[in-house]
Design a protein around this ligand. Structure first.
Ligand SMILES: NC(=O)c1ccc[n+]([C@@H]2O[C@H](COP(=O)([O-])OP(=O)(O)OC[C@H]3O[C@@H](n4cnc5c(N)ncnc54)[C@H](OP(=O)(O)O)[C@@H]3O)[C@@H](O)[C@H]2O)c1
Length: 284
């Protein structure tokens, strides 16, 4: 199977290198600039040809990865000629696979291959491929090929049904950049009484790591700790009172998080219905 990449940025370069290292034939690349294409070709071994036009890369390949910015996927795919038996996938999390419909109408199999990983720098990203997950959406004929490709580089494949990408991708934010927003909120509260970000993060990040380790070992409800998990309604009331004196926004944010945590406490099953009711009441 000849694999080509159109778009030779951070993700394209990393995937091309991973596929090459796993023994796949990455045979072509085309990008906007020759410099990016050359970098991908270097990572993908001697058999990778740099094409000036994406159509040349597509014509010479069996499976084409469109690793361009999300906004460019549909217009790029629609402007290219596709053939029966060929496959084309994009790597976006949020963009529906149906943006490749014109390629499908011409006989190509279409799909999505979204790695759940950050690709800030290809050199740093490559060793993290193995052990990460990839969300695959594809027709029945293409699914086994993409699954095999994923497993060969150490990705754990998960299968996405069509039409769920908005929810799917929004949810990934909760385990990635939204964690930063939580830590920002915590640092802001400490900044207000003179603790700078560096000192705050040095104290808070070990708590965060410990929580994630516990979630990995015991599941989400099993890892729950803190006043809500103990039914300590007095402590929760104190939090609410002090945050309300800080700002309406801070106390509302706390209440939203606390209500979600009460759901986890119910799932955990350690608290009685009376304990839960007292904690709920303490939120005001
Ligand atoms: N980065 C991540 O962490 C990450 C994670 C998961 C999924 N993804 C997905 O992966 C895809 C690519 O993201 P990325 O981070 O690799 O982006 P990127 O680093 O900006 O790379 C995009 C590449 O596409 C090239 N390009 C742009 N428009 C083009 C066009 N019309 N024709 C041909 N090439 C074109 C760019 O040109 P040049 O040749 O000028 O460089 C660049 O090399 C996106 O769909 C993104 O959602 C990214």
């Amino acid at each position: 199977m000849k694999i080509a990449f159109v778009g030779a940025g951070r993700l394209g370069q990393t995937l091309a290198a991973a596929f090459f290292e796993a023994g796949w034939a990455v045979t072509g690349v085309a990008s906007r600039s020759a410099g990016s294409s050359d970098l991908l070709a270097k990572a993908a071994g001697a058999g990778c040809t740099v094409y000036r036009h994406p159509q040349e890369a597509v014509d010479a390949a069996d499976l084409v990865f469109l690793t361009v910015p999300d906004d460019a996927i549909q217009s790029l795919a629609s402007g290219l000629r596709w053939r029966q038996g060929q496959s084309v996938v994009h790597c976006s999390g949020a963009t529906e696979v149906s943006v490749l419909a014109q390629a499908q109408e011409q006989g190509a199999q279409i799909g999505g291959f979204h790695p759940l990983q950050l690709f800030a720098d290809p050199v740093l990203a490559l060793p993290r491929v193995a052990g990460s997950s990839v969300a695959i959406e594809a027709c029945e004929a293409l699914l086994p090929t993409l699954t095999q490709l994923a497993e060969s580089v150490g990705y754990r494949p998960i299968t996405l049904p069509p039409g769920v990408r908005g929810r799917y991708h929004a949810a990934t934010n909760y385990s990635a950049s939204f964690l930063l927003s939580l830590l920002r909120e915590a640092c802001d509260l400490w900044n207000a009484f003179g603790v700078d970000d560096k000192t705050a993060l040095a104290a808070l990040l070990p708590l965060a790591h410990g929580t994630l380790d516990a979630a990995e070992a015991r599941g989400l409800a099993g890892a729950l700790s803190g006043p809500i998990s103990r039914g300590d309604a007095g402590v929760v009331r104190r939090h609410v009172t002090d945050l309300a004196a800080t700002s309406a926004d801070a106390v509302e944010f706390y209440r939203t998080m606390a209500r979600r945590q009460i759901l986890l406490a119910k799932e955990n099953g350690r608290l009685s219905p009376d304990d839960i009711a007292r904690v709920e009441a303490s939120l005001g």
